[in-house]
Design a binder for this molecule. Sequence first.
Ligand SMILES: Cc1cc2nc3c(=O)[nH]c(=O)nc-3n(C[C@H](O)[C@H](O)[C@H](O)COP(=O)(O)OP(=O)(O)OC[C@H]3O[C@@H](n4cnc5c(N)ncnc54)[C@H](O)[C@@H]3O)c2cc1C
Length: 398
Amino acid sequence: MTVRTAIVIGGGVAGPVAAIALRRAGIDAAVYEAYPTTADGVGGSLAIAPNGLAALRAVGAEDAVLAVSRPMPGMVMAFGRRRMEIPALPGVPSLRLLWRADLHRALHERARAEGVRIEHGRRLVSVDEPGPGVVARFADGSTASADILVGADGVNSTVRTLIDPAAPGPLHTGLLGFESIADVEVPEDPGTIVYAFGRRGFYLYRRHPGGGTEWGANLPQDRPWSPAEARAVPAAEWLRVLAEVHVGDDPGAELIRATSPDRLQVLGSLKIMPSLPRWHRGRMALVGDAAHAPSNSSGQGASLAVESAVQLARCLRDLPGPGPAFEAYERLRRPRVERVAARASRINHAKAPGPVARALMPILMPLAMRTVMAPERAVGPEQRYVIDWAEPVGQAQP
Ligand SMILES: Cc1cc2nc3c(=O)[nH]c(=O)nc-3n(C[C@H](O)[C@H](O)[C@H](O)COP(=O)(O)OP(=O)(O)OC[C@H]3O[C@@H](n4cnc5c(N)ncnc54)[C@H](O)[C@@H]3O)c2cc1C
């Protein structure tokens, strides 16, 4: 059965890229996003890795992202006063940092320029599968139909439970996320990001081009907090908790002191997806965080989401019908995303260490960075991955 039309649920990162890639594969795709506008309530910034840029390039969307991002060639790990530069991978472009809202806007504009229709305010609630196609039903009572449906609806995916009602949901990493901009300048190069293991918590920071310092903190917490629950606590109270955790951290303590509560972004629990038993059923398949959210510690969630979107479209382009295409897609993607998730999970443990591990960290980390965590070994296979869009996907060996 030839696939000619697709409904893409979710207009975050994977959704618009999937729609662009599907159109380039000859499939007419439309995106349905739950939120009424592109501002999705989760602001902050994120970094696109070289492999994510390569996947965007494969479908002509790289320039749009380059135009709204800035390079981050320098990376430093800091343990108290001890600093270690993380050497860049030779021959690989640097990470690109951008505001999430700018990424969404750039991808939406690119998708529209490719002829993709994007509809906001359309929250998927259920799907009918009347024989040869799918009918998506939205919360506003409207419907849409197509040959297939792609779930790019993020870590709390509805499509995932429609594919498999018994599918596991996301897990709490044990860390709460916070981001802000402090009214103080750190003496760092503007192209350098510092990953700092403080005395009792992990944080990162970099100079903000408009003045001040952008920072993010991961606060260890035993229980999960939804974003709404975490935001119900006054920002000034969270800043007080963060100040306590980062007391004595340089410059962590100062960054928190110089942050105004109205600029604190409270993200709630950082989540990961456990390995899913299935990524597809019938005419529905998942891409991005809906299938494989590897934790923000990997720095790869968005890049893997883009890769999966492009690979799904390649499989649909080259294989006969959704069944074989979805199977090839899952075979192609699962080992890669699960390797990244395993690395991120090791980092998450390091971000919330027990007292002994914390004391040993300044000694063990530099050693690890020269051996098991050496950049080429740890992230080389992730960042050097390039999708050849022109290469046909084989049924047995994608
Ligand atoms: C604090 C933090 C920092 C991060 N930093 C990085 C980073 O530096 N680099 C990186 O690569 N990744 C990072 N990530 C991960 C990255 O944000 C995700 O991996 C990426 O956004 C996944 O894209 P997606 O399109 O699959 O999901 P999302 O971006 O979550 O998009 C899903 C979309 O689907 C919509 N939706 C949901 N349900 C429905 C429905 N029922 N109907 C219609 N629409 C629906 C949502 O509104 C949303 O717009 C970070 C994550 C967090 C939390």
